[in-house]
Design a protein around this ligand. Structure first.
Ligand SMILES: NC(=O)c1ccc[n+]([C@@H]2O[C@H](COP(=O)([O-])OP(=O)(O)OC[C@H]3O[C@@H](n4cnc5c(N)ncnc54)[C@H](OP(=O)(O)O)[C@@H]3O)[C@@H](O)[C@H]2O)c1
Length: 284
């Protein structure tokens, strides 16, 4: 029996494995990765490494065992049919008879196209009859704080979210919730709506950036159409630019405000303030 984490060399997966190592012996953790070299640090700590790819169902043959608790981290290959990729893991989990399959989803309120793959995966997971937990992760602070270069260059936060608010949290916070579910009891058939304790607007985000940098940084609110063009102009493939701009439309409608308190409850502490994530990003 193992706690199995897919996407373990991704940003979220790394946090999950690192936090699991603080709670359970390394040999009870399996990191599922595509590139084992990227997981050398985990292997050195005694974490079991399994190599598999959502695009190659056979790579999951025999990877999971009865009683395993599995975290399926949603993939990032938007052009490859993520529901089909996730189904590969669901099928493998079903064949093995795992004790829990937890899935990193999106907030139930999110109507943007980005949520479509998540809703399809949730449906497949429920249809499988497996013991499941839905971790409906809200937005990451890092979606913004890891992309500060153009903001600092132009002294502007350009988004298409109007006065909408978003209750983001750090990846480490969402990882803490996942670890609580993977190591605790009684999470079967639970749906957690996860988000930060504090919802903020982009005007407030710009003001915090101004305060921390000493530069005047303004919020430049543009239309969804213009934002799509700006993202595509910055090099994003057109379909992805459209999907991301669609998220801003959802933010304007309040769809990324999560007020359940589930995240801080599962993590057992308040979520990381946005200001802290900004400070860390400016230092980095
Ligand atoms: N809530 C939010 O704000 C937000 C923001 C962005 C993304 N997300 C979603 O949350 C997930 C985790 O976030 P993140 O920041 O950790 O993203 P990330 O750093 O891009 O990690 C994605 C992980 O998925 C793995 N992966 C992708 N395609 C795969 C495949 N075909 N087979 C096996 N593994 C595959 C990647 O493997 P490699 O390490 O080998 O590349 C990586 O480990 C994302 O993939 C995305 O679905 C959420």
């Amino acid at each position: 029996m193992s706690i199995v984490v897919t996407g373990a060399t991704g940003n979220l997966g790394r946090h999950v494995v690192e936090q699991l190592l603080e709670k359970v012996p390394a040999d009870q953790i399996t990191a599922v990765v595509r590139t084992p070299e990227k997981a050398a640090d985990f292997a050195a700590k005694g974490v079991k490494i399994a190599v598999a790819d959502y695009n190659a169902p056979e790579t999951f043959d025999g990877l999971l065992a009865a009683g395993d608790k599995v975290l399926l981290v949603s993939g990032n290959e938007f052009d490859k049919g993520r529901p089909g990729q996730h189904q590969v893991v669901i099928d493998a989990a079903k064949a093995a008879g795992v004790a829990l399959l937890a899935y990193t989803s999106a907030p139930g309120t999110l109507s943007a196209a980005l949520a479509d793959d998540h809703r399809a995966t949730e449906k497949a997971l429920l249809a499988s009859g497996l013991p499941y937990a839905l971790l409906r992760n809200g937005w990451y602070h890092e979606n913004y704080t890891e992309n500060l270069a153009p903001v600092l260059q132009y002294s502007a936060v350009t988004q298409a979210a109007g006065a909408g608010r978003v209750s983001s949290a750090s990846r480490a916070d969402y990882a803490a919730a996942a670890v609580a579910v993977l190591t605790g009891e009684g999470h079967e058939s639970k749906t957690y709506e996860l988000g930060g304790d504090v919802a903020w607007s982009f005007a407030e985000y710009a003001a915090e950036l101004s305060a921390q940098t000493g530069k005047e940084i303004a919020y430049n609110a543009v239309s969804v159409e213009d934002f799509t063009g700006i993202l595509a102009g910055a090099g994003l493939p057109a379909p992805l630019a459209s999907i991301l701009a669609g998220v801003d439309a959802s933010i304007e409608k309040g769809e990324l405000v999560v007020s359940s308190g589930d995240l801080s409850r599962l993590a057992g502490r308040p979520t990381t303030p946005l200001a802290e994530a900004i400070t860390a990003a400016l230092k980095g």
